[in-house]
Structures are given as C-alpha cells and as structure tokens.
Design a protein around this ligand. Sequence first.
Ligand code: SAM
Length: 191
Amino acid sequence: MTPDIAHDMVKLEALLRGHVAPHLRSKAEARILDLACGRCDEAETLIKVVKDEMAADQVKLVGADIRIREVRQARERTANLDTEFLIEDATKLGAHKEMKDFDMVFLRHQNYWHGPELWKKIFDTGLAKLNDDGLMVITSYFDREHQLALDALQKLGAEVVLSKRNDASRDVGDAPGKSVDRWLAVLKKPK
Ligand SMILES: C[S@@+](CC[C@H](N)C(=O)[O-])C[C@H]1O[C@@H](n2cnc3c(N)ncnc32)[C@H](O)[C@@H]1O
C-alpha cells in the first residue's frame, strides 16, 4: 500500500467511525458486501471498524468486481482476513440466493455517470442484499456524481440517512473536482 493510500485509509476510518458507526447495531457475526470493490484497499479498514463498532466477534467481507487483476490483488492482500472476492458482474448477484442479509453494502467511488442504467442495477442489487437493519454506504469522487447517485438510490426507495462532504479528502490530479472519498453517504433500504 502506498503512503497516499495508507493515509486515505486513516481518513476513511475516521469518516466511518464518525458518521456510519452511530447507525450500526451490535451483533456477534457481521457481514459486509463490497460491490465494484476493485482491489478493495478498504477491506481491512472496513472489517476493523465494523468489528469494533458492532462489537462483533466475527466479520466477513465479500467483494465483487468484474476486473480480474484487481480482484486477484484483493485476494492476495487480504489472505489473512475473513474475505471472499468474486470476479463477477454485481448486477448478477441476485442469482446467488445464499448471498443475503448483509449488515452493510459498501460501494467505494461509485461510478454512476459512466453508466446510469448499469449503476441503478448495481444499487438495486445491493439494496436487495441488505438485511432489514442493514446500511448501504457509498463514497464518491465527484460532487455531481454523488448527487446523481443519491437521486437514483432515492428513486429506488432508499432513505438517505446522511450525506457528508469529506473535507480531508485527497485531490486526485487526473480530473478537476475529483478527490478520494470526497463524499460519503449512508442509506437504509426501502421498507
Ligand atoms: C471507480 S472504480 C472504483 C473501484 C474501487 N471501489 C475503488 O474505490 O478503487 C469502479 C469499479 O466498478 C467496477 N465495475 C463496473 N461495472 C461493474 C459491474 N457490472 N459489476 C461489478 N463491478 C463493476 C469496475 O471494474 C471498477 O473497479
């Protein structure tokens, strides 16, 4: 992990503890689904925060992405953790009936404006994988893309619990207005 990424994780951990943790309930065994996870830099951070904040003895993280190289990297980097990474289209996870009742569905740097119809399906699949008390947590690189994602999620019936600009996010030089975990939102599934 590069120093920049390690620092991003420190900031992500603070965001999760400050803004997501108050909405988590205690549970002995917790499960996280990380959709479009890429190489899942956040796996260890997510597991650590959920373990502490839900007072969980066990936390399992399942990740899915279509990019083979990144998923292999995720598997290698988290070999010491309770993780499982699927090379799979997140819109097709409905077929895995056993994959359900997640306490958290996480999407880091959702990519709504690269394919609104695709991302609506990914969001819909994620919401369906939550248990009744579960939370969807998204982060976004851009202001506009974050708002588009929230609008789409609300149209799918999700309730926005909070949406927070991360003032400490690191600028990414490849596009104006882009920064790492620039926005965080917490949502509940439709009742
Ligand atoms: C902006 S990247 C974010 C990756 C990672 N979450 C991160 O924060 O670095 C968007 C990710 O969505 C993934 N993706 C795109 N379409 C997908 C699909 N249908 N199913 C699963 N992942 C998908 C891409 O492969 C890519 O890894």
